[in-house]
Write a protein that binds this ligand. Structure first.
Ligand code: GDD
Ligand code: MG
Length: 336
């Protein structure tokens, strides 16, 4: 089975981290999130993945030098200009010659969903499109559905609203960003034009009565915003993930024995000096945390010099927190 994985967004909400590295190539537990995602699709029966890219294909080529990720074949469809989610799916599916039931996944979703279960529910319902759903407390930042008439495990989607105003959501069940489509869905998307799967295509499928949703309670997170990107990493240190996990400290990181490092991931090549306290943080590959610095609930790719304090902050690859400085609830450098 083929899958189109959408990886062409600009990752603006994760700036400045995404100024050097595209969002799907950012590590989650030392492994690029796109690799964890493709491995999971492979476990669910996907054999061929097309990466739908809007820009910057080079870092992806480097990650998959043999055009393979484990047993999964990886190809690329680079849009001449970003075509938005539906335009990108159409472009990538045409490039890969997709003509049978296929999977689509948002590239920033970390989940334990078994995609084979979604495919089964799709077939039971006889749907044209079946989307994975999850329940959240605040649905307004997502696509939100109203479900009626269960057919097998799935329910028919009666309404799909992308990012509704808070208080107007029809339910707390949201689009979890993994879909199973019949190839006919591609006919609803104009070729070579910008179009949104959420705003343009899903409403058409809902109107036709052929869109279904399967809610599961699998682990799920959209790692595309800072707090959740951090959580996606730190959750790998716990017991909640079915297939994924990681060591807190990469083997070639240099963490001084006199550093206090708690609930934190330290990536390869990173340095954490003596007397530091680092808590609830992701220290990305190659980052530096100088002696006696205090770092809490942050994402650090650049340098935190000695005696600095960093709280709920994002330090990009070019970011430097000077010796003794305090940074809280901020990004360094400020996103352009
Ligand atoms: N190739 C390509 N081209 N990919 C794109 C483009 C484009 O023009 N625009 C966005 N993408 C990719 C992003 O890289 C991401 O993997 C995916 O499409 C979804 O875009 P996001 O920017 O992450 O959307 P979101 O998180 O606000 O909302 C989406 O995901 C939610 C679940 O995580 C929607 O699908 C919501 O309905 C959903 O609830
Ligand atoms: Mg997202």
């Amino acid at each position: 089975m083929h899958a189109v994985v959408l990886v062409g967004g600009f990752g603006t909400r994760l700036r400045p981290l995404t100024e050097q590295i595209p969002k799907p190539m950012l590590p989650v537990g030392h492994v690029p999130m796109i690799v964890r995602l493709i491995q999971r699709l492979g476990r669910g029966g996907v054999t061929d993945v097309v990466l739908a890219l809007g820009f910057k294909p080079e870092p992806f080529h480097a990650a998959f030098p043999d055009d393979r990720c484990g047993d999964v074949n990886v190809t690329y469809a680079v849009e001449p200009e970003p075509l938005d989610t539906a335009g990108a799916i159409r472009f990538a599916a045409d490039a890969a010659g997709i003509d049978s039931t296929f999977v689509v996944a948002n590239g920033d979703v970390m989940t334990d969903l078994d995609v084979a279960v979604l495919v089964e529910a799709h077939r039971e319902a006889g749907a044209d499109a079946t989307i994975h759903l999850t329940g959240v407390d605040d649905p307004s930042a997502f696509g939100v559905v109203d479900l009626v008439d269960a057919v097998g495990r799935a329910g028919r989607v009666d309404q799909f609203v992308e990012k509704p105003a808070p208080g107007t959501e029809p339910s707390n069940l949201i689009n979890a960003g993994t879909y199973v489509f019949e190839p006919g869905v591609l006919d609803l998307i104009p070729a070579g034009e910008r179009a949104s799967i959420e705003r343009d295509t899903f409403p058409k499928l809902v109107a036709a009565g052929s869109m279904y949703g399967l809610a599961t309670d699998d682990y799920w997170i959209d790692a595309g915003v800072p707090d959740l990107y951090r959580a996606a990493n730190l959750d790998l240190l716990g017991e909640d993930r079915v297939h994924d996990g990681c060591e807190a400290i990469a083997p070639d990181a240099q963490v001084d024995p006199g550093a206090t490092v708690m609930n934190t991931i330290v990536g390869p090549g990173a340095v954490v000096e003596a007397g530091t306290t680092v808590v609830d943080t992701v220290v990305l590959p190659g980052a530096f945390i100088g002696a006696r610095a205090q770092v809490e609930s942050s994402l650090v790719m650049g340098r935190v010099e000695a005696d600095a304090t960093v709280i709920e902050a994002i330090i990009g690859a070019d970011g430097v927190v000077a010796e003794g400085d305090h940074v809280a609830y901020d990004a360094v450098p400020s996103p352009a």
